[in-house]
Design a protein around this ligand. Structure first.
Ligand code: ATP
Length: 244
């Protein structure tokens, strides 16, 4: 189907078509399509824009990644489908490792996603995943030199269980999640309540430009509840004035 460019929801429709194609090619799990729908609903309430508090969180995320000894970006199917071209610049700006980590895991799917990322210039960690996280599902599988050894993990579009498990292992977790009420958002060290493809370039830009002193200052004390409350406040405004 050709989506007319003047359609008021053009961008959203193109993204949906793209995700559907990625589901057909095995990159996105069918369940990932419903997760995307939940994200879209929250984005509507935000006015589909980066709020001032999200922009602030993106700078803190950049600082955390820059300050980390062993930063890792954990990539799932939706993240690869939506943002593969945005990951190599972020990797360059932060020196982070990139690891594929899937809830609906098959080796074939993990390899397809790694190949897509590689095509876009990402250096993807390779190796034999081991069951190293205290989880009963396949997201327990990770690389000893990757997520297992990380001090800071960026987990776009995460599930709450794994976020909690990573926190319990003493890691700092940065989540990107449009739902400020999700278990992930509440368990993370820092949650960026923004759409993934808006958030990643802003983190990259900040990582390229922040000074070391600014990184120290931004990471001194991180108040995740402040960022979640600010996002909810923005959404409340969206609900109150949506029909004005
Ligand atoms: P939790 O276990 O944390 O409560 P969940 O089960 O609600 O999470 P998932 O089904 O794993 O969450 O969905 C992932 C989350 O990603 C959803 O909360 C959704 O709002 C968010 N999300 C989906 N697409 C995007 C996107 N493009 N950008 C940012 N967030 C998104």
């Amino acid at each position: 189907m050709t989506i007319p460019e003047d359609h008021p929801r053009y961008r959203s429709l193109v993204t949906r078509e793209h995700l559907a194609a990625c589901a057909r090619s095995g990159i996105v799990a069918l369940e990932g399509l419903t997760a995307h729908g939940r994200g879209e609903a929250f984005d509507y309430l935000l006015g589909e824009r980066t709020t001032a508090s999200a922009a602030e969180a993106e700078r803190v995320a950049a600082a955390l990644l820059r300050r980390a000894q062993h930063p890792v970006i954990s990539v799932n199917g939706n993240t690869a489908a939506l943002a593969a071209p945005l990951l190599a610049p972020l990797q360059r700006a932060t020196g982070a490792f990139v690891e594929v980590n899937l809830f609906h895991r098959t080796e074939e799917r993990a390899n397809t996603i790694a190949a897509l990322l590689t095509q876009h210039g990402v250096a993807v960690l390779t190796g034999t995943p081991e069951r190293l996280l205290p989880l009963s599902h396949d997201r327990a599988l990770c690389l000893r030199d990757g997520i297992y050894s990380a001090d800071v993990v960026l987990v776009p579009l995460e599930d709450g269980d794994r976020c909690e498990a990573l926190r319990a292992m003493g890691k700092q977790v940065i989540a990107i999640d449009l739902n400020p009420l999700s278990r992930t958002a509440r368990a993370a060290t820092l949650t960026i309540v923004d759409e993934l493809t808006r958030a990643l370039p802003l983190i990259t830009r900040a990582a390229e430009t922040l000074s070391d002193e600014e990184c120290d200052y931004l990471t001194r004390s991180i108040d995740n509840r402040y960022f979640l409350k600010s996002a909810l406040e923005e959404m409340k405004q969206g609900l109150t004035h949506g029909l004005d």
